[in-house]
Design a protein around this ligand. Structure first.
Ligand code: 6R9
Length: 647
């Protein structure tokens, strides 16, 4: 049965922090009196000056203003590192598993403190000051965590750019954040293949202000060009600094990081997270959602370039004094047993990955999983996109042997931490449902047309949040109006997630996917407008429309309808050139799956492209095209259908 309910086992309930009754009690308390609930929860952090105010938030679109613990001061790095030294200085903080299966490194909290302090001093020596932005463009190596924590230590704001992004995407983010320093590595190495990060930085910096510096750490030792006016080598700079660096006192509402993410327009948004509320929320969700217990080894396979890596590789686990695994490689290198070999090798207790990886590994068969001893596993997590019940069941049976609760965690870059999720000892799971809200989270289902909140339990609509939680993003960097406009204007008084959802008769939430022009490719968010603007920047292209379509492995694939300039003719060479072009403009994750040459695009008389129709054609669902009578030229649809096969 695909949709059977899986209650928590007696075994897990006996170990777990909380059971169902306790969840109900704590959830009810968190909603009845958020001040009291979060006032208590905030005490899990060490404050320099304790807060006296807890919650001060408004979702009113005239005045969106979100503050938590606003008069408290703290240092995030001190909370993730220094405060653990006395009790767990010699405990492993980070297990780094290299791309090469023969290399791993255990970094204790003492070592982490030493490395982060030195890194912070190097940043300082390069002139980085409190409140300034630092762009990190790094592989999944310990230096990525050091650099993040070093920024937090001196009050600088990091903005990580995923190392799979192109030089152009990097330049946009450097310029957008106004950073004066980029930290990178010579090369990244994944699946045995090198990516020239420093070279990409060089290309990006040619499009940035002349005073932007580059700090490079060594990863491969590969040959790179150095510009003595601008480039610094970490190994040299660190020789000049001491290993003592006092953490700077920060206000709870001082920004901790900016993370650019795709929206429904072409320009990525710099989502801003602040310090006290974010860390409280990341730490608390990490503890309860994964049922993290003292001594556990926890592994999230994400990249620090995504929000999942921020909250659930670095900040949440380290604030909890956990042992967190950081993995440089890919699931299928040297072969498809890699994840499971790493679980066995490091005796991983909690494993957190994305449905796209599960589907890919499922397709390769159970033998790879069965080659490893997975008896240490206790909780399995999923994030990034809806998980289909087949993949859920495979994860449960083949990986978890039916003994590990699956936590399907729904959240977003903007939410800072997990919003809707089962808790291991407390929630009966249903394959494909993210189940119930975390403490303090108030999901509401809105009628997409009227915007009214739907009162009955069983319903379908768009997902919004009725009130704030401490991990919520506070603004978009440099553009508060866009923040208000994107999340608080269409449905007044709510935070709008951009996702559709269904609520079943048990009050469980089933996320059905984005309702805006954001697609989800292998768990990575991609604005269709970004791909379109890359395409139209090519000299042969006059117009482009991009939609998502169902893809067995990636969840959604990228389908591009392209109209060529007069004089240009469709050809296989041009098709390949356009695919390469988009890859180069944005990065490999934006690689189009299908390019369909289209003499015309379906438009309304006012010139709006009707994406609904393009989506249906890409989905091979012509019967459901709906009303095409408002099209300026309905015949273009016939052409698109006739030529769909030639792609
Ligand atoms: C954490 C992260 C956010 C979008 C979100 C939704 C989708 C994430 C999901 C899920 C169904 C889940 N999403 N988790 N959909 N079930 N458990 O992924 O952040 O990269 O910002 O993406 O991902 O569509 O709106 P982000």
């Amino acid at each position: 049965m695909l949709d059977a309910t899986h209650p928590p086992s007696a075994e897990i309930t006996s170990i777990a922090h909380i059971d169902e009754a306790k969840y109900e009690e704590m959830y009810a308390a968190s909603i009845a009196d958020p001040e009291a609930f979060w006032g208590e929860a905030g005490k899990r952090l060490d404050w320099i000056k304790p807060y006296t105010k807890v919650k001060n938030t408004s979702f009113d679109h005239h005045n969106v203003d979100i503050k938590w613990f606003e008069d408290g001061t703290l240092n995030v790095c001190a909370n993730c590192v220094d405060r653990h030294l006395e009790t767990r200085g010699t405990q492993t903080a980070i297990i780094w598993e290299s791309d090469d299966p023969n290399i791993a490194q255990h970094i204790t909290y003492n070592e982490l403190h030493d490395q982060v302090s030195k890194f912070a001093n190097v940043l300082h020596a390069l002139g980085v000051k409190k409140g300034e932005r630092v762009v990190l463009y790094l592989p999944m190596i310990p230096a990525a965590a050091y650099a993040m924590l070093a920024c937090a230590r001196i009050g600088a704001i990091h903005s990580i750019v995923f190392a799979g992004f192109s030089a152009d995407a990097l330049a946009d983010r450097i310029n957008g954040s106004g950073a004066k320093l980029v930290v990178t590595a010579d090369e990244a190495i994944r699946g045995g293949r090198a990516t020239p990060l420093k070279k990409n930085v060089d290309e990006a910096l040619s499009k940035c202000d002349a005073d932007v510096k580059c700090l490079m750490v060594h990863r491969t030792g590969g040959d790179v060009a150095m510009n003595p006016e601008r480039d610094y080598i970490y190994a040299e700079e660190v020789e000049r600094v001491s290993s003592h660096c006092a953490p700077v006192e920060m206000n709870a509402e001082d920004p901790l990081f900016i993370l650019y993410t795709s929206g429904s327009t072409g320009k990525p948004k710099g989502v801003v997270h602040t310090s006290g509320g974010y860390l409280t929320y990341a730490a608390m969700t990490h503890q309860y959602v994964f049922d993290y217990q003292e001594g556990d080894v926890y592994w999230c396979t994400a990249d620090v370039g995504w929000v999942t890596g921020h909250s659930y590789i670095v900040y949440g686990p380290l604030a909890n004094g956990a042992t967190t695994v950081m993995f440089e490689g890919v699931p299928n290198y040297p072969d498809a047993s890699r994840f499971w070999q790493v679980c066995e090798k490091h005796k991983v207790n909690q494993f957190y990955t994305a449905p796209t990886a599960i589907r890919m590994l499922m397709g390769l068969g159970a033998d790879f999983v069965e080659s490893a001893d997975l008896s240490s596993l206790r909780v399995l997590g999923s994030v990034g996109e809806p998980i289909n019940p087949e993949a859920w069941n495979w994860y449960n049976e083949v990986v978890g042997k039916g003994n590990c609760p699956i936590v399907d965690t729904f959240w977003q870059t903007e939410t800072g931490g997990i919003l809707i999720t089962p808790l291991p000892g407390a929630t009966a799971t249903k394959p494909g449902s993210a189940t119930r809200p975390f403490f303090g989270v108030q999901p509401v289902v809105l009628d997409p047309h009227s915007g009214d909140e739907i009162a009955q339990t069983e319903c379908e609509g768009v997902l919004a949040m009725g009130d704030s939680w401490p991990g919520q993003s506070r603004t978009i960097w440099g553009d508060h109006a866009r923040f208000v406009d994107t999340y608080f204007t269409q449905y007044k008084g709510y935070f709008f997630t951009g996702d559709g959802c269904r609520r079943d008769s048990d009050g469980y939430y089933w996320i059905t996917g984005r309702v805006d022009d954001v697609i989800n490719v292998s768990g990575h968010r991609m604005g269709t407008a970004e791909v379109e603007s890359a395409l139209v920047a090519h000299k042969a292209v006059s117009e482009a429309a991009v939609v998502g379509f169902p893809h067995d492995l990636k969840g959604q694939g990228i389908w591009c309808y392209v109209t060529l300039m007069t004089g240009e003719a469709p050809s296989e060479e041009l098709r390949a050139a356009l695919v390469k072009w988009v890859r180069h403009e944005i990065g490999p994750i934006a690689k189009p799956d299908v390019i369909q040459f289209a003499p015309g695009l379906p438009k309304t008389r006012s010139g709006k492209i009707m994406r609904r129709i393009l989506r249906k054609i890409a989905e091979d669902d012509y019967g459901a095209l709906g009303d095409t009578s408002t099209l300026a030229d309905p015949s273009v649809v016939d052409d698109l259908i006739a030529n769909r096969g030639n792609t």
